[in-house]
Design a protein around this ligand. Structure first.
Ligand code: ZN
Length: 279
């Protein structure tokens, strides 16, 4: 049990940060090169033509008319084929910006953009879920985006919405996208697990009470959402999982650690009767 008890919340959060950062999330990525230099430019303005990267120039300058010209002048496949070094498409860029108008134009031209992943398998849906752009999520779902499409770690957009605490995005993906509230990533972690680790109680409550998520599903190493909440010191989540979701405080991870061990390691055990009395 040493590994979990020794892990500090900071270490856990670092893991999640790297998990979140994996999805085309860095602001600096806007500076990344996109191979759109060979797109036909139609009647796009001088500024977008001379840039040498016309679609990106139009996107970044907010020249919707120029982008419309570029979309009109090129075949679907050519638009879908524009990628950055990490595999992000023009739809990833629009998703990151939360630009629903541009995203809608791109999807109207090439709906397959809703499902194309970057080098890590993250789709524009993952990006919008992480950032909480519900209107963009709806556009992507209408265009055929799949709420259950996993990235290379098996995480769906619902994992990202839950991990970043965007309740409306979680709702959109489950209710309008038909996404699985109990989806497991390749480590067996669910959206509830990530929300517990990050302390997003309202997301957990909605997933469990309305979407029927099972709050006791364990990861491949036997860690439950309650373990994650206790380990990261999320007292309100810990309390709710025990008191209202009836999660057992004595369940053991594969290394033997129980939520009580984590609470004790966080200094909560002796002065936190809430954790110790209910189960
Ligand atoms: Zn322009």
């Amino acid at each position: 049990m040493q590994r979990h008890i020794m892990a500090t919340p900071g270490e856990v959060l670092d893991d999640l940060d790297s998990f979140l950062d994996r999805i085309s999330g860095g602001e600096e990525e806007e500076e990344e090169e996109y191979d759109d230099a060979r797109l036909l430019v139609g009647e796009a303005c001088h500024e977008c033509r001379v840039d040498g990267s016309p679609a990106m120039a139009a996107l970044q300058a907010g020249h919707v008319g120029c982008l419309r010209e570029i979309l009109r002048a090129n075949e679907e496949e050519r638009i879908a084929g524009v990628r950055s070094g990490n595999g992000a498409t023009l739809a990833h860029v629009a998703a990151r910006r939360g630009d629903v108008e541009v995203l809608g134009m791109l999807l109207a031209k090439t709906s397959s953009l809703a499902r194309i992943g970057d080098v890590r398998g993250a789709t524009p849906l993952h990006v919008c879920a992480y950032r909480g752009h519900e209107d963009c999520l709806e556009k992507l779902l209408e265009a055929g985006g799949d709420a259950d499409q996993p990235d290379s770690d098996g995480a769906t957009a619902i994992h990202f919405a839950a991990a970043s605490g965007h309740l409306e995005s979680v709702k959109t993906l489950v209710q309008k996208g038909g996404g699985n509230a109990n989806a497991k990533n390749s480590s067996g972690e669910t959206p509830v697990y990530f929300a517990a680790q990050e302390g997003h109680l309202v997301c957990i409550q909605w997933l469990v009470e309305t979407a029927g998520a099972d709050p006791q599903l364990a990861s491949t190493d036997g860690m439950t959402p309650l373990h994650a909440a206790a380990q990261t010191g999320r007292l309100n989540v810990t309390y709710w999982l025990v008191r209202y979701a009836h999660c057992p405080i004595s369940c053991r991870a594969s290394d033997g650690a129980t939520p009580v061990h984590f609470a004790a390691a966080k200094g909560q055990s002796t002065n936190s009767p809430k954790i110790c009395c209910s189960n």
